[in-house]
Design a protein around this ligand. Structure first.
Ligand code: B16
Ligand code: MG
Length: 214
């Protein structure tokens, strides 16, 4: 174990409700259905893919101009809700785990699909904590493609075989598995494909991870 890659949204901080509210508004304004179940399917998936999923669910076809307009509109709504984010929004267990990993010489990275990842990390004052940050601006293929995680390994010259991924979404676990990494699911909803799953990062330390039989 040399590198721990953290997904951002759902692992370090939860902005899921803001994505939900923004997509809900876009959907309502455009006579489309959108609920929490559909929102769950968008976790870890890029903005473009998310809109395709919503349109597909509603059997709706729009042209490229309208498609890009909706993407921009959704992002404007989402970004305006990020301004209230602060250190208080960091999920439980994150800060002690980061400290424990650093104390034991483990490199840490962010591997996120979000193009707003750096804004979020600045807001919660974690931007300077990571050895590498790879986000939606750096990749061509969104999760479940492993590109975002492989790029973290490449940036730090660490083998994927020595890397662990923390994820809250099926698409992210799949990306970790396709990248031949150890995958750790996080959150109330159990991610079945992950090598191991924790409800939260509370009380997880370097020793917990070192002793895992995965
Ligand atoms: P943006 P993660 C993902 O972040 C979110 O889980 C997903 O819901 C969102 O659509 C995606 O980022 C793109 O976000 O619109 O900000 O570029 O979980 O990979 O950190
Ligand atoms: Mg996530």
């Amino acid at each position: 174990m040399k590198l721990i890659i953290f997904d951002l949204d759902g692992v370090i901080v939860s902005t899921d409700k803001y994505h939900y509210l923004a997509w809900k508004k876009i959907s309502t304004n455009n006579e489309m259905e959108f609920d929490e179940k559909l929102n769950n399917e968008l976790r870890g998936v890029s903005r473009v893919e998310s809109l395709k999923i919503i349109l597909n669910f509603n059997n709706k076809v729009i042209d490229d101009v309208k498609f890009n307009e909706l993407l921009e509109e959704k992002n404007d709504i989402y970004k305006s809700s990020l301004s209230s984010l602060s250190e208080k929004d960091i999920l439980e267990g994150v800060i002690p785990l980061i400290k424990s990993l650093k104390d034991n010489g483990i490199k840490i990275a962010i591997g996120s699909s979000s193009k707003n990842a750096k804004t979020i990390l600045k807001q919660v004052k974690l931007i300077d904590e990571f050895d590498a940050i790879v986000d939606g601006n750096d990749i061509k293929n969104s999760k479940p493609d492993p590109e975002v995680f492989i790029k973290c390994c490449e940036k730090l010259s660490i083998s994927n075989l020595d890397s662990y991924v923390f994820e809250d979404a099926e698409a992210g676990v799949e990306a970790g598995l396709r990248g031949n990494m150890k995958t750790i699911g996080v959150g109330k909803e159990k991610l079945k494909k992950a090598h191991i799953h924790f409800e939260s990062l509370n009380n997880i330390t370097y020793d917990t991870l070192k002793n895992l039989k995965i």
